[in-house]
Write a protein that binds this ligand. Sequence first.
Ligand SMILES: *Cc1c(COP(=O)(O)O)cnc(C)c1O
Length: 391
Amino acid sequence: MSDPKTTLVRRTPWPQSVTAPIGTPLQPSVAYTAQDADALDALYTRQTTGFSYAREGHPNASVLAAKIDAMEGVQGGILVGSGMAAITAVMFGLLKTGDRVLGGSQLYGRSLRLMREELPRMGVETALADPTDPAAFTAAITPGTRLVLVEVVSNPTLRVADIHAIAKATKAAGALLVVDNTFTTPAAIRGIDVGADIVLHSVTKLLAGHSDVTLGYVQASDPAHQKAIYDTATTFGLTPSPFDCWLAERGLFTFDLRFERASSNAVALADALADMGPVARVLYPGRADHPDHARAAELLQGRFGNMVTFEVDGGREAANRLIRAAEDLPFAPTLGDVATTLSHPASSSHRALSVTERAAIGITEGTFRVSVGIEPQEFLLSAFGRAVGAV
Ligand SMILES: *Cc1c(COP(=O)(O)O)cnc(C)c1O
């Protein structure tokens, strides 16, 4: 009999079972043992497959990556610790000092900061242009531009990029098109169908779907680019947690149902809001009064998504009255949760911009962005009726 103190610090063999679990196993191990040095060599030279150290890869990340690959119709994507980690891995994996990057002027807030502050600090030149204006945007793809980063539908005004024109001009310039597909999701549009060289996601949002995971995904069509991105992610330590990957995979089981329900709720809510007196403006790409409706209809094929933006008059005071009356709607600056959440860009995602800069992209103190969830429609319409009524 071995000393119990020894037993305690040694791993117990996994119980034998003639049955297999139907749930996905969770594997938090940091390190993996190999039979001998030759087996490790074979692993590192990719003659065999397997895992050695969790920062370099683990089973729960592989399982999740394969599912998102399937959604995007691609292969070889990887998971990283957040959506921003995915963007960082692309930038630092593929750029060098002196390169130039062009981004959409309405990118996610932290992506804008990366463009404005971090990349220039590393000697990368950056510029921003309006992706809904194809002439202006394609003119900004100057020689020396190595990467072009766009979101198809922008936050929070839900403007729709002329992605086909951008893809064509990016290719002609010999640059790489990076599509941040977080907002739209592959259920509405796939990176591969719009000519993306690289597609990425904040898995944190609709894909995981339950506001309890922070993860990113990135896939490059060129294997050399994918390897560079992987090496950067691994070297910079942009590691995804196995538990987060396990939770996100669990979230994906219901993605299709959640997306359908949330989108049909969004259609109904957008129309209902437009009929409410205090609402000055509703922005939803599925509505005929949206400035990019025709482009959205062609690109998204009826899958206009779960995000609705609206505006009330009366400044900060009216906005606060609405928020306080919206007791059943969590006031939180995120999106893609199963529950409907309400956010106020002027005091959260876009607070770093001046009033004039905000006005230029259509954000006022009365602008609200709604991430529509999967609640019964009647609940949503009455909750918004009460909130807007308080204005
Ligand atoms: C949230 C978000 C990100 C960043 O993702 P994190 O997982 O929060 O790092 C990037 N792009 C878009 C469009 C987002 O909505």
